[in-house]
Design a protein around this ligand. Structure first.
Ligand SMILES: [Zn+2]
Length: 319
């Protein structure tokens, strides 16, 4: 294998060694299946190619010893304990017998060589660029309300990742497209009362952010908001976007309950609202009652005063 034909798996593993690390970390069954071959054999190839270097004893001590460990060792040898970490290590290596380091001599650490670092950096940059391009495409599709296209671009990207996101999602045979279309459609179609202060232009931006959070399983949408983006909502941008997602979730659950009632699968007479332990008083008072589909308050609850926004959810009460 020469310079130019390291597979993505090799480059991916190489990029994990931009700092000194124990290869053991990557020798688990999970990593071997991700890398499609035993990690040890990839590491051996990368070493033979000169992309990885092994740490000497001094480097192992630098990486694995705390200052206090070194001082303790020096103290036991009646040696001076002052100086920077490097000086302490040099003093130890000069004065102590090999025996003292026996625990450290067995530790194997690897790091990219200068040429390995170049390959790793280029790989990481390329991957970041690919991610940005993908997200750009998806944001544009959302702006055009081309939801199927947005979903398919996201799925194509996730399927190409060495470590795919989400446990148990088969990105190569993705079967949640219909649900995603429904969620995206609802994000753009509905606005909860809790965001009534937000005008249409700003809502559009929040909706794009909320859709990206949903599609990429992201906890925050900052990177998809324009710089200095602000709404008149009392919430920060991420919380406001999350309120859009919660509202869609609420509509979905309400619809599910309605369908169960109509189909006669379950006898549901009442619906409970469950508040979080640290929810505001407004939410707690509201959550304390039982509701029907006709009189259930909209969630997220309009009157909620929590900084994190309303986190209440609904749950059917079965007979
Ligand atoms: Zn609340």
């Amino acid at each position: 294998m020469n310079n130019s034909d390291l597979t993505p798996e090799y480059l991916f593993l190489l990029s994990k060694f931009q700092k000194f690390k124990e290869p053991q970390e990557f020798e688990t069954e999970f990593w071997c299946s991700i890398l499609k071959q035993p990690t040890a054999s990839i590491i051996e190839t990368l070493r033979n190619q000169g992309y990885l270097i092994k740490a000497d004893l001094k480097t192992v001590l630098e990486n694995k010893c705390k200052i206090n460990d070194l001082k303790e060792m020096l103290k036991n040898l009646d040696l001076k304990q002052t100086g920077k970490k490097e000086e302490l290590i040099d003093r130890l290596l000069k004065n102590a017998k090999q025996e003292l380091f026996k625990d450290y001599l067995t530790i194997v650490l690897y790091k990219c060589s200068p040429s390995g670092e170049m390959r790793a950096q280029k790989y990481v940059e390329e991957e970041n660029r690919r991610r940005e391009e993908n997200e750009y495409l998806v944001v544009n599709a959302l702006k055009e309300r081309e939801f199927v296209k947005a979903i398919r671009e996201m799925v194509k990207f996730e399927a190409s990742q060495i470590i795919p996101r989400g446990m148990g999602i088969d990105w190569k045979n993705y079967n949640l497209e219909q649900i995603d279309v429904e969620i995206l459609t609802n994000i753009f179609k509905n606005k909860p009362k809790i965001l009534s202060d937000v005008d249409d232009d700003k809502s559009e931006v929040l909706r794009i952010g909320a859709s990206m959070m949903h599609l990429y399983g992201a906890a925050a949408a900052d990177k998809w908001f324009p710089t200095n983006f602000e709404t008149k909502s009392r919430f920060d941008n991420n919380t406001a976007a999350r309120m859009l997602l919660f509202h869609v979730e609420f509509l979905r659950e309400k619809n599910d309950i309605n369908n169960s009632i109509k189909s006669g699968i379950a006898t549901i007479k009442k619906i409970a609202i469950i508040a979080a332990n640290d929810s505001c008083e407004e939410c707690k008072v509201m959550a304390n009652k039982k509701y029907t589909l006709n009189n259930i308050p909209e969630l997220p609850y309009e009157k909620c005063t929590c900084d994190l926004g309303c986190r209440c959810c609904i749950s059917p009460v079965f007979d």
